[in-house]
Design a protein around this ligand. Sequence first.
Ligand SMILES: [Zn+2]
Length: 294
Amino acid sequence: MSEISSDERPDPTGAPTTVETPLGPVPVTPRVCPACGAANAAVAPGPYSRPPWAIKTCPACAFVYLDPVPRYEALNETLSWEKSREAENARRARERPVSYKVSTALRKRNRLFPRRDIARMAEQHAPPGNVVDIGCAEGGRAMTLKEGYVPFGIEISAELSAEANRRFAARGGRCEHAPASVGLTRFDDGFFTAAMLRSFLEHETEPHTVLAELARTLSPSGIAIVKVPNFASLNRRLTGRKWCGFRYPDHVNYFTPKSLTEMAARHGFKADFGLTGAIPTSDNMWAILRRRTG
Ligand SMILES: [Zn+2]
């Protein structure tokens, strides 16, 4: 019996299988462009990289993304992952004063617009029924859905998904402990009236797989509500690599209104940003994905 675990076996493609971080090695996997599928192994890390993490811009479609990415098991289980989050938070806090003035001014501007609550949006735009919160954590957000909306969730953390499952079960729902692309496969066609993807898609290594599963599991009139950082935002253009939307290595996709629209369209959805969902003065954007008709 071999003593070498699958994680330690050299990758046949020659790509690195671990990234050395100050907190220890993190298992990683290479990826193609998550937007267009182009093989960009030979593309050099771009200006938004922060060693040991590489950010690439796809030469074919201009999508900006992390490559390689931490493997799912590292996201779920390793202690070094939690520590790396703490270290990343510390880095962001240290750098905040540099972009503080710009950010504060923009934040004041954004106060002109009401804060959005994704559960209220689901109630406003979808009829009562089953609602899935993708990356639901401990379930607190979905539990605020009013009566008639049954909370379901998918969560990659074992502890959080157990807590969410306990809470959702009391209302007839459940939480799947799995990556989103796998968890959604456990639900029937047309099962959900709405899906909530709040600060989720920027973390998802397989966004196309998740959107394809949403196209299958949403009812004919079902909607997906998406909130992601807006890489095309004014603040990102002004603050460059110090933009608050960069999180290493948690954020693996950097969407713009255009790339989100194009990705959604490939799965039969039209992305509706409304009047204020994609304003350049906000660091984030909001879209409601509806099936295209006709
Ligand atoms: Zn591409």
